[in-house]
Unconditional design. Sequence first.
Length: 396
Amino acid sequence: MIARYRAVLSVPGSLRLYATALFARLPQGMGALAILLIVRGATHSYTLAGLATGGAAAAQASAAPSQGRLVDRFGRTRVLAPCGVIQAILFVGLVVGAHAHLPGGLLVVLACGTGGFQPAIAPAVRALLRTVIADQEVRETAYSLEAVIQELVWIAGPLLVAVAVTVGSPSAAGLLCAAVSLVGTVTFITSPASRGAGRGREASRGAASVLVANPQLRNLLVPIGLMGIALGATEVGIPSLALHAGSRGDSGLLLAAWSAGSMLGGLVYGSRNWRLPLAERYRRLLMLAVLCAVPLTLVRSIGLGLVASLVAGLTVAPVFSCQYALVGHAVTEGSETEAFTWVSAALIAGIAGGSALGGALITPVSVSAPFLVACLSLAVAATTAVRARQLARVTA
């Protein structure tokens, strides 16, 4: 295992690229909780707080492809730097607006703005890996490490917000988001790997959107969106499972076990040499994900829930790794960042839909309903991947 990851980190500039990308992406993991606490504290309305967090996610999903296209056309510095600055200003504006008792609707608009100007760091990293790592096997391991780092963002982000709120207040968390967004974006775009590769390509200018021009990418977005639905439903279901078991405080522990399973699965997946073609590997991982999610539909205790959450997470990062590799194979030079932003947009949209559907079914059906949604969504994703003729042509 160590040898494979050593090969990735021995690529000049890769260690700093991963480190700066992790730091720059923290607002993505911090933003939702910080916005929820700020708006709820200012308006005393969970409805407005939910609108603010949901609106921020929707704005990010909507704006990401356009931002990615601009990055491919003008380069990372000219696009990501202004986005980082504007997002930081909007976070500060949200904090100031909350203290000034602005109308709730204006706070929701400011929150949506923070999502719309979220710098597309993750898609930029995935596009960079395709550029700076020539060896295909090493690149697949690099994608696995990237999937693991994304999990770290989701774990570390809420923890940082919790610390900021405990030490200070929700406003302190919002200001921390602003500072990290600004400093993190600058450190990322000034890293040697980011400055030295793909500063914007003339060939991409004026070209059609990669989504229109690339049927393979369109085929991939369907199972990716369905995977997002499964993740969103599970994110709602796990805290509900803890509440049903009479231990609301253990919801964080169960979610941490789910993320830990994902990180473990990603590290093991990236350490192996695979003989199966990439597309076939992707289909089988989606099928395996269904089986791994089934135990969550059956457990009712915290102890068994910890085991089931760990098992359910095992396939998450490996599936992401395969998705990144498939997108890397499918896109042409000069449109990489836009392609990966479409992946992010499909995933975020799926997560939002899965969260809403899973949450709506808990009361009328049962606490198992979100996990049943996840299993069904993953099964359809696996079927869609099998039937996607364009996807089947992509091989390792």
